[in-house]
Design a binder for this molecule. Structure first.
Ligand code: CMP
Length: 143
């Protein structure tokens, strides 16, 4: 079983897409083990996107996720990281499969609805940034 970190970005919350995205993850069969609506501060935003420091889009991307509340989640499942990336589609909605979340709902690479970990190592790092171990639920999922 793999865990992955998923963030519904400010545009997803503002546009009322939270339920729609969660629905897709649930229907796919992934298990929700952590979730919270939070306002990200600068320290957390910069840590989250640390690998992009120095790139032109670093500051706008950091500022964007601080601009309004986001939903931070942890989902679990077999090949969970890759499965979530498949559901999300390519980073740039213009290149995303039209049936994917970004392909269906995104218009802009900066406001691309959702963030998901790109590897198991990133998932572990990102989950630890947003959740304490006791905030992650332990239960048996039906189905
Ligand atoms: P995300 O998956 O959250 O990871 C980094 C984010 O930077 C990415 O989604 C985009 O929203 C944002 N971004 C903005 N411009 C670019 C770019 N040119 N290349 C990659 N990511 C970008």
């Amino acid at each position: 079983m793999e865990r992955t970190f998923i963030m519904l970005k400010p545009d997803a919350v503002q546009r009322g897409l939270v339920g729609e995205v969660i629905n897709r993850f649930e229907k796919k069969g992934l298990k929700l083990v952590g979730m919270k609506l939070i306002q990200v501060d600068r320290a957390l935003a910069e840590e989250h996107y640390a690998e992009h420091r120095g790139k032109g889009f670093f500051e706008p991307t950091v500022s964007y996720i601080m601009s309004s509340p986001v939903v931070a989640m942890v989902w679990e499942g077999k090949n969970g990281v890759a499965l979530a990336r498949e559901l999300m589609g390519a980073t740039n909605p213009a290149n995303a499969n039209p049936g994917s979340i970004r392909g269906m709902y995104g218009m802009d690479i900066s406001r691309n609805v959702i963030h998901g970990s790109d590897s198991v190592a990133s998932a572990e790092r990102e989950i630890a940034l947003y959740f304490r171990p006791e905030e992650l639920a332990d239960y048996v999922k039906a189905g």
